[in-house]
Design a protein around this ligand. Sequence first.
Ligand SMILES: Cc1ncc(COP(=O)(O)O)c(C=O)c1O
Length: 397
Amino acid sequence: MPEVKPALLNNLNRHLGLVGPSAIRAFDIEVSSIPDIIKLTLGEPDFNVPDHIKKAAIQSIETNDSHYAASNGTSKLRESAAGFLADRYDVHYDAESEVVVTIGATEAIYDTLTTILNPGDKIILPTPIFPLYIAVGLVDGAQPIFVDTSTNDFVLSPEMLKAAIAEHGDDIKAVVLNFPSNPTGVTYNEEQIKAIADVLRGTNIIVISDEIYSELSYENTHVSMAKYLPEQTILLNGVSKSHAMTGYRIGILAGPAQLVQKIAMIHQFATTTASNPAMAAAAEALGTEDGRQDTLNMKVEYMQRRDYVYEKMTELGFKVAKPDGAFYIFAKIPAGYSQDDFVFARDLAQKNGLALIPGSSFGPGGEGYVRLSYAASIEKLQQAMQRLSTYMKENAK
Ligand SMILES: Cc1ncc(COP(=O)(O)O)c(C=O)c1O
């Protein structure tokens, strides 16, 4: 086993010192060794990939579709994705020049931030937020400007955005919006999207609009930021959450051609292209009637689970902004229990075998909260609520 020369470690990208491995994954690993633990930790759909989608991947393998595809993705998938975005959200992209297929939305986030940010640039991150944005921003040498939305039911208001812009001015390169949101499940309606677009229109700020959970919007119809601010928006989507295809690793990135082609360069440098069987499967998911129906079926089940968990946690004294999308509940730990979310989550996992993610993993405003992922069977959720109820009864101060 080679031992690294210590001096080499001091010569790495200096921004790496500002970040650590994903707190969510680290907590998940930490609690995984607890016997009989129920983990509602990861954003991982429990559904199987529908058969017609699997068949498309199998067919790709069986027909020796085994050579490098175009770097931006197969034209079939790009056309399916452009058609999907147009039909579902009324946003229009040229499949040839304005759409790129990435290795999950994760790679799209990395490529986009790395294209936009220079060291010292500022990026507005409404928090609580999917922590990858914080980590990649820091690795790129940027300065995250956190706007804590916990005081406004986890919605970035136009006023909050204006205040951040007024304070930081031209140093701001980008703002990230993620809706429906991980970790809160809260989303934005058409009025709210229009109002944010109005604030940004007069600026040179790029919106990274992460709409990976768009298909899992419940009472409200999802409205894309790209509908109101297409010239400044990089739209991120994919099949990980909509079609329970996290392991296939396919993301979609769309935006104005000249900007997208710059991002596509980073994509090319990092990955060359995504894998052919996964792209064939994603084209089936996004480009067919059956594929579009799959999401609707899953959504009905997610809504039932959300209603169940929301009701139970509210009964147990947690304060929850009712989620209108994704598959997360972000719940305030009631008074009378440790308000340190890591202490609370660890104690719950160790004493009663239920793992939730501590809210402070998602940045300012998440302290004192826990995130529960209800992408699990209703039986598992019922068992989880039983364990939570026992914990709350036995551990009140
Ligand atoms: C908001 C958000 N964006 C992006 C991703 C990454 O998605 P993918 O699995 O397609 O890389 C996730 C995954 O949890 C997410 O919650």
